[in-house]
Write a protein that binds this ligand. Structure first.
Ligand SMILES: [Zn+2]
Length: 489
């Protein structure tokens, strides 16, 4: 780091400049002038024994600066997803770098102590007044300021720009802002007497202006991010017109938006997104798919990082979903009648999706109603109820000689015969209603046979129960994959 004050050292005999802004180093200060050869004291060289404690810490800080700097530069360009791989690499780099830096310092200290073991040399130093402890240097405190600022900046960068943090890292980064801020303040306070001692004010002011500029940049980023509104405040926007005063007031408060216009954009700093349909707010999603939680408070008393038992306590049993998330997989608990989806990853809640009351799905028809659909037409009340239950999904229709099929996403597919009567209903894993015969998608082959009796025929991945009008397909893991309902024989 450059010195704040320009200091030149000249030969007392010939007047030639020996050094400009030299670094404080470990070494023998009793040397000679390179021009005239007269004995000269290189006062920036000092034996380790006479280093003050702050000079010693500066020497250690300098020895460790390069690996830390390398780590910082690497860290700035890194995405959050790369962190698990980069951290061990950074740790190894730091250990090697520190070993090299401290190894060199130790060798210099050993040489210094060896020189001082000579009593004549020690006597010469005393005569040259070289064992006086120097006043604190400006360098040290500027270093402290920059270090404190770097800690604050890195933590704020993680909190504001990266934002995808786990609960533990949120706390660590917030702590980092306080600790870094305290170090910065300590450095700034210590700078004042050091500046007075070196009788310079312009360069410290420039450094302070630079620090203030960087702090100002982060402060403006912080201001831009806006407020993370509470869950209840955001739910109040559902079913409102996108240009209504309530929605505009919320947009104002939420701060800077990325992509999209009005409320159709995304607020990555809060991990917040809205759904829009024909100018009406239809859904709000707290948290995002990159497994980062919403920055504000969630609705229904839910909290980020809740585990499945806690969510069950607050919302009850989901209509669909399981505790599989506890094994580290992605899982969605659906409460269709409430219009709520809770999304877990690694057994922890990180996103909640709430649908506008006008878009909440009606309860699906009963298992028996679905079982009796074959032979009925598209106008039958039970089929209308089934269709409403998948109204949020796109309909794909295929016509062919013997009739047609209608399919809604990966939820249901219905086959009609030539006279437009239902001949088959396929229920896929994403279907939220009860299945005929008391089976569930979590059932295995054995459990299905216990409920439905012996199949005829049974194939590798299918069991057929013609007298019940059911055909069950299994996954390779032996759980129910699809259920096909047709006329009973
Ligand atoms: Zn000279």
């Amino acid at each position: 780091m450059a010195r704040i004050v320009r200091i030149t050292y000249s030969c007392k005999a010939c007047g030639k400049v020996i050094a400009v802004n030299p670094w404080q180093s470990i070494g023998n200060p009793l040397r000679s002038c390179p021009s005239c050869g007269a004995p000269a004291i290189y006062s920036w060289f000092k034996e380790w024994e006479f280093f003050s404690s702050s000079e010693r810490s500066e020497a250690y800080m300098n020895a460790s600066a390069i690996p830390l700097l390398v780590g910082l530069i690497v860290g700035i360009g890194m995405t959050w997803a790369e962190l698990p791989y980069a951290l061990p690499a950074a740790a190894v780099t730091a250990i090697i770098g520190l070993a090299i830096g401290f190894g060199r310092l130790r060798a210099q200290i050993a040489e210094s102590n060896q020189r001082l073991a000579n009593p004549t040399y020690r006597q010469q130093l005393r005569q040259a007044n070289q064992d006086v402890v120097a006043p604190p240097e400006l360098n040290m405190f500027v270093l402290v300021c920059v270090f404190g600022l770097a800690v604050v900046a890195a933590c704020l960068w993680m909190l504001i720009v990266v934002a995808d943090l786990s609960e533990g890292l949120w706390i660590i980064m917030q702590l980092g802002v306080f600790v870094g801020g305290a170090i910065l303040l300590w450095g700034l306070i210590a700078l004042v007497p050091a500046c007075l001692a070196e009788r310079s004010i312009i360069r410290p002011i420039l450094v302070l202006a630079l620090i203030a500029g960087i702090a100002g940049f982060f402060w403006s980023r912080y201001r831009e991010r806006g407020d993370a509104l509470s869950g209840e405040e955001l739910l109040a926007l559902l079913d409102k017109q996108e240009n209504s005063s309530e929605v505009n007031a919320a947009i104002e408060r939420l701060g800077k938006r990325k992509g999209g216009a009005g409320i159709g954009g995304e607020w990555p700093q809060h991990n917040l997104r809205f759904g829009l349909d024909q100018g009406v707010v239809t859904s709000v999603r707290f948290g995002n798919t990159a497994q980062s939680p919403y920055a504000g408070t969630l609705p229904y008393g839910l909290r980020n990082f809740d585990d499945p038992p806690k969510v069950r306590e607050k919302l009850g049993s989901p209509r669909r979903g399981s505790d599989r998330s506890t094994q580290g997989t992605f899982d969605i608990w659906q409460y269709p009648e409430r219009g709520v989806n809770v999304i877990f990853s690694g057994g922890r809640l990180f996103a909640v999706e709430v649908v506008a009351p006008s878009r909440v799905m009606p309860p699906p028809p009963s298992a028996d109603a679905v079982w009796n659909l074959p032979g009925r037409d598209a106008q039958h009340a039970d089929f209308v109820a089934l269709r409403k239950n998948v109204a949020d999904q796109t309909l794909r229709e295929h016509k062919f000689d013997q009739g047609k099929t209608q399919r809604w996403g990966d939820t249901i597919e219905v086959r009609f015969d030539k006279s437009d009567k239902i001949s088959e209903v396929h229920l896929f894993e994403r279907y939220l209603g009860d299945l005929p015969g008391g089976i569930t998608f979590e059932s295995n082959r054995e459990a299905v046979r216990k409920k439905l009796g012996s199949p005829s025929p049974a194939k590798e991945f299918t069991d057929e129960f013609p007298e019940k009008g059911l055909l069950i397909r299994y996954t390779s893991k032996d759980s129910v994959y699809t259920v096909t309902v047709s006329a009973k024989k």
